[in-house]
Design a protein around this ligand. Sequence first.
Ligand code: TRP
Length: 342
Amino acid sequence: MPENRPENRIFSGIQPTGNLHLGNYLGAIRNWVTLQDSFESIYCVVDLHAITVPQDPQQLRQSTREVTASLIAAGISPQRSILFNQSRVPQHSQLAWIFNCVARLGWLNRMTQFKEKAGKNRENATVGLFAYPTLMAADILAYRATHVPVGEDQKQHLELTRDIAQSFNMNYGVEFFPLPEPQIFGSATRVMSLRDGGSKMSKSEASDNSRINLTDDDNLIAQKIRKAKTDPDALPSQVEGLAGRPEAQNLVGIYAALADSDVETVLREFGGRGFGDFKPALAELAVAKLSPMGREMRRLLANPGDIDAVLDDGAARAEAIAAPIIEQVNEIVGFLGPVGRR
Ligand code: TRP
């Protein structure tokens, strides 16, 4: 059954939490776009994961549309890939429950993301936040995905996914789930805040000037780059010269990523020149690359019906893959199925 045992199937997820920024784009989404060429790709807006912390319902719906629009605007093809929101495919929740009965408290207790997100007041964290990684395992394994593009911060969750798959297979004496491989983006750019080269660009930083949102218009993009924190020195000609200069390193890294180039090449061009020269060049490049994306996003958001149609179609195609897999899982586990399928 080649359809049910894919060799090249990617699954990845992104949280529907507000507008995406340059860090999301250069760190992850750009890679998703490239991977569409060599994999059967399934991309999911993970609204079930979002409610592990409190969400405003209207805002959650809006963010789900916004993130979907960003993905399309960034180049995810709703035809070539499957693009949908998690809550529309009930098999994710069904498999997550089964995995809750496979994963051990001890395994989940080791998850660093839970510790960070729960903070000091662990007793007050939702059970869902604690079980977040079993749902993530279900996302991936409901499709028997073989490869999962994730950033460094999700590596531990992916290792847990492999442990769950392996335990399930062992417990039931089957070779049903693949052990999915992480695809840590080698070429991904860790984009830092424009106000502080020592912290990651983030939607939760208070100052909007710290990030470039994919919805920012040309003027705003240029203005944010103009205002970006720098140091007084000229750019070095060699990579080593960026050591101890996090802001310079960040801006040069962003330039290299947007130009599809590398830091060496950028420094060969700009070494010896000050930020007065470099920032306008970066602003021009950023506007050229990002403004078509922003325009497409605004067009889509003005036509939410188009976004919803993409998600409808994606959910139907996703469920067509996941439903037969979960039926087999139910049988393996020993659930009594409907008459005619026993
Ligand atoms: N936990 C991931 C994140 O926060 C999002 C996610 C949910 C995901 N399900 C997934 C990523 C499945 C990869 C595969 O980034």
